[in-house]
Structure formats: C-alpha cells, structure tokens
Design a protein. Sequence first.
Lengths: 484, 325
Amino acid sequence: MGVTDSKDTPVPGYDPTGFFCEIISAAERGVIPKAVVDRLRSIETKELSERAEAAARELYNLGITFTVYSDRTMIDRILPFDVLPRVIGASEWETIERGVEQRVKTLNLFIQDIYHDQKCLKDGVIPADLVLGNKNYRKQMEGLDVPGGTYVHVCGIDLVRDDEGNFCVLEDNARTPSGVSYVVENRHMMQRAFPDLMDDIGIRPVDDYGPKLLQAMLDVAPAGPMDPQVALLSPGAYNSAYFEHIFLAREMGVPLVEGRDLLVEDDRVYMRTTEGVEEVHCIYRRIDDDFLDPKAFRKDSLLGVPGIFDAYRKGNITLANAIGTGVADDKAVYAYMPRLIQYYLGEDAILANVPTNICREAEGLSYTLDNLEDLVVKPVGESGGYGILIGPRSTKDELAEFRAKIKDDPANFISQPMINLSVCPTLVDGAVEPRHVDLRPFCVTGKSSWVLPGGLTRVALRKGSLVVNSSQGGGSKDTWVLTE
Amino acid sequence: MTQLSLLARYAEDIYWMARYVERANNLARLLEVNEVFTRDRRGAHNWDAIIDLNADRDRFRKLHGTPSPTSVSYFYMLDRENPTSILSSFRAARENARTLRPLISTEMWTHLNVFYNELLAISAGPSSVPNIARFCDRVRTACQAHSGITEGTFYRDQGWYFYQLGKYVERADQTTRLVDVKYHTLLPDVSEVGSILDLSQWNALLRSAAGYHAYRRVHPRGIEPTKVAEFLVLNNRFPRSVRYCIGEISTLLSQLIYTFQLTRGDRVAAAVDVIHRRLEDTDIDAIISYGMHEFLDAVQLDLIEVANAMAVAYFGHVEEEEDAA
C-alpha cells in the first residue's frame, strides 16, 4: 500500500502529523481528485521500493548527477529521487503561474529602473543604500539598455506552503537558478519506471522547456543576424551543475561552450570551431557575473571571456540572464517585493511573501534579537541553505553565537517566522512517511513569460528536517500539474 | 542552420576519447598475451619488456620499486597513480566523454561511465591483482562494445571523422611500438644463428595484435619473422597494420577536407602524405636494410607531426612559432 489517509484505511507509518499534506490535505480540499490518491494507494510499498532502487541505479548510470568534492577526488552523486510524486491541482497551478509571472515582470521593471532612472529609490519605495550598496549591484550596467527590457530571462522562485496550505514565496532566484534538468529527467524516469501509475491521469508535459528557452533567447538576440547563433556558456565539466548544462544545451540544440572556446574581436564574440571562428549572438550563461569577463569584473577569472562585456555594451551580444540581476534576488531586497509589485504594476502580490524582518533596520534588528528562539535567520548573501539558524531547533549556545554574529553585522541578516513547510508522502526505507517539501517553478522570459508547468519539488529526506537543499540531504520528486 | 559547425575543443576531445579507448584495448591485449608467456617459461623478463615498450621504467620504479609480475600487472591494469594504466585510460576516455555529452549518444556515455565505475570497484594492489586473462577479456569486450555502440549510434558528422582519426592514429602508434620492441628481442642472437626459432614468441606477437588468424590466412604454413613484421607493418587488409591505419587516416582526412569543407587542413594533408608515402613506397626488405627500428621511429615521428598539425588546424592550438613571436 502506497499512500493512505488516516480516515479510511489507516496505515501505520503515514500520518502527516498536523502539517499540510500535498496529497491528503489537498484531496480533502478537493483541489486534486480522489482518483489520483487512489492510484497512489494502489501500489505495494515493496514493489515501490524495488522500482525506486532500479530508478536510482539508472540515474547514476545515465550520469544524471551532480558532482561533489571530497579531498582531492570528485564523486558523482545522484540527486536522490523519490518516486512518490507531488501533485498540484489545475486551479492552484493557475494561481502559481499568475503569481510567478507577476513577480518576474516586477523583477524586470525593478532592475531596469535601478540601472536607469532609479525612480523607486527617489520615491523611497526601497532604501537606496540597500540597492546601490549591494555587492551584486553592477555600476557598469547603469544606462545600458537590454533587448526587450528583459534582465531575468530565467527565474526560479522558491515557494513553500504554510500550515493553512497557502503558497508563499521564500526567495527569488534571478541569477542562474538551477534544477530544471531534474524536473524533466524525473518525469522521464517516472514514465519509464511507473507508466502504470501515470496512466489516464491528465498530467501537463514538461518536455518543451528546451524549445521555449531557445525561443526566448532568439526573442532577445541582437537585431541584425538572420539566424542568430545561440550558445550555452558553462564553467566546464568540473562544475557541480555540469549535467544540467549538457541537458539544456542538448534540449535547446545549441553548442555548450566554455570561456576558452570564445574570443572577442572588435567587440564581437566568436567561438572557435574546426573551420575557424564563428560569431555568437546570444549566450545563456551559467557563470556568475564576477567570472564572466576578467577585463570588466574579477581579474583572476579563468572561466570567462576577456572583452565580452564591451561586446555586450555595444549590443553585439545578448547575455541571459543580464549582468547585475543579483541585486534583485538579495534576501533583503526580497522583503520589499510586495511593495515593488504595487509600485510598478499597481497590483497586490498574488503570491504572498513570508513576513521578513530586515536586520539592517533598527526595528527589524531589535525584533529579531528579542525573538531569536522563534525565528529563522538567514544571511542575505548566501545560497544553498548555508549559514541558516533555525531558532526553535537550536541550542542556547548556538543562539548566543548567532546573536553575536547578527550584532556584529546586522545588514547581513534577515529573519522570518518559522514556516512549517507542507509535507508529502515519501518513500523512506521501505515505508511511506511524511517529509517536508518546497517548490521551485521556472519562468522563462523573452518577449513574454512562460512558466514550466510544475517545477522542482525538493524534499528534505531527513525526518523532521526543513532543509531541502541537495547539498544538505535533500532529494527531489516528480511534480504533476493536473490538466483539470 | 545548414551544416552544424563543430567546436574545436569537441573535435579534440572526441579524438582523444577514441585514442584512450584504443590504448586501453591494445594494452589489454598485450597484458593478456604476456600473462600466458610468463606462465609458460620466462618469468619476470617479459614484464620488463612491457615497461620498456611504454617507456615507463622511471615511473614504475618510483611507484613500486623492483618489478614483479604482480606489481607490473597491477601497474598496467588498475593503478590509479599510473597514467598509462588501463584504469587511467578509461578515466581519461570517460572524462572526455563527459565533456562530450552534448554531442555523443547517451549510450556511448553510459557505457563508458558504467564500465569505469566497474573498474573502480575492483579491489587490487601491487601484491594482488584479479585474474589477468579474465580482466583483460573484460576490458577488450568493453572496448569492442564501445566501438559497436559508437558505430551504431554516433551521428556521422565531422565528429565521427575525428573519432576515427583518433582511433587509427593510436592504433598505428601502438602497432609500431609493439613491433619495434618485440622484433629485436625475438630475433635470435648472432651467437645463436641456426638455433631453432622460438615460434611461440612470434605467435604471441601476432596474438598481441589480434593478428594470428589473419596472418594464417595469408601465410597458411610456417611463421617467419620477416613475414610477421611485414604483415604487421605493411599488410593493406589487416585492420591493425600500420599501413592499413595510415590508409584510413588518409581517407578520413580527405573526407573532412572535401565533404566538410575544412579548408584549414593543408598542413595536416602534407603530414599525412609524408607518412603515407613512407609506407606505400617501400617493402619489407628495404625496411630491414634501412633498419626496422629506424623505420618505425620515423613513422612515429611522422604520426606526431600529423597530430601536431591537426591540433593547430582543427583544435585551435597556437602554432609554436607564433608562441615564440
């Protein structure tokens, strides 16, 4: 027996223990049909485990892996894949889709504003020093126009559900969000391992991410070339997300290049081929701003392309995402998003923020210090779930240590109430147990925006854990968006 | 988009992926045949020859000291510290394949990935190795599976031709080394003139090059050193002979130049012409009077020039003269 709800056929081992359950609570609310729950329930746990094991082996053999380093050796790991899907009803998805598009639209308007007229700063919507003093603010971008005003071509917005089942935004990833390859590969894996499970359930496909991304790149390519050459720029085979770079290059049908494959002459970018050099017009880059051009940014970068920023400034090449978007996915700037949405669009945010206290502000700091044991505190500049304090789960010593850190550099921190992430039935050691999940939908924007139906569901595989990051024991699930 | 262009780096990686698999294949054949010998009669002596053939004496001494049959086998089978071991060749082939994943078929990558992980899982050390014949058989089978998968799945664009070039350049190089080292070792000493030739050694040389059966079709009876050398160097139908490999290289290159319009190939073509003529305009008597070692040495230098010319013309390397300027 796979999944059950505690009412009709109680199975020892599955009890959402008061959290919102993505399957059972959602079915009770009628947002996903009962038939889907029955289907999940129909599979024997033992068989589930066997097929899950085969699936994991296949992922490893196919090299659908990320790379971790220990000592001097590289180890390939698969992102642990849980075979029980996360299901999102059609109506809920419609809200997420609109909410994500609204947010991406705002991010683009905001970034265009801060690198041009800076109206939002003049109007006092957001503190100027928060933006201009941000380490990801790129002065070089001031006054530079980008095609279509699109800065954030690929955006990953992390969503969680609270106890009431409301989706809210945890953070915006506007630089080089990763994980979309797992969305597509997880689906392929499910189709191979569990075709019976998916039969006759209307699930929206995820296969067209590559073509959509390519189209977005072509939308924003410099005017001029009849047939613009697009390329994906990767730091190389030793990057932990290299599999994703391969995947995306293949799905888009474009060459995967590294910095050493490119050169700039007369402010134009070329790639070295067996026939000589060939001009490139549009680059989906998976390298951070800092490393992109040793002449414009970090001088010690060996990964980048000297002179590419000048080519960019001349409009001879489009970079996606644009340079300088990091300022918009800062965790402190995030706190102002609802106000920015109102400011630029005159709309209320469709997806709420998690209430956020900004420690750079006196009020936020004193509230944070006074309530540390109830709050989650995050450094603003970190990603990957590092350096986070979860107040309710920390010892007195840890709290004291963190308190000192915050006082030392308040501007580096924000705090939020602890959100009890929703749970989803998950196969753990042969039994089905509740584990906490989040959701990262991906939005692709060229001339217009498109949200991949679904997104990456990350699951914290450790019992009780709220940290879903792959670097810290997280796995992933297939995410089904139902057609009706 | 008309003809898809090929990144210079990919062309190079694909060329090297093929070379490394071919190298592992040759080494496995050599070890396997050698293993049979040591059991037969000579003891560690033959293992020394393998170290010389690969010019690994210093490296070996640093890692393992005085050669013993087991430590030499380990050194070439599974030693992670030895860049010329079978395991290291597969690691390099797999690393190239990993970089090439946007280009090669999933099956090509998966196969190399799985086999490399299998090799990693074998426990061995300088004083204990798995059964050599069985190990070498597995390696050969894996190399052949790789060839088969590549033949059956790899898209026939420029990349395929660079793959084939890598395979034949490596094979030609390996065969010249094998003949070079063995030919002199196996000829009877002057003092032994008239003594009975050790035929089993010449058999083994042919078997190392997987050429025993093919040789028998050309020469149904008897084994003569001169004929064996001629077969391995000059036969134009045996797929591991030097001449055959050079012929293939020549054909592949003209296809790159004419079919794919790679116009930068002039220097490569010139280098291939040199080696092609060296093998076409000679016979075994001429080679022997010129000196077998000298001849094979010249062929190896020609191959290096071909590889250098390809690096400049196709792989985006900078010419040495330009470096100095």
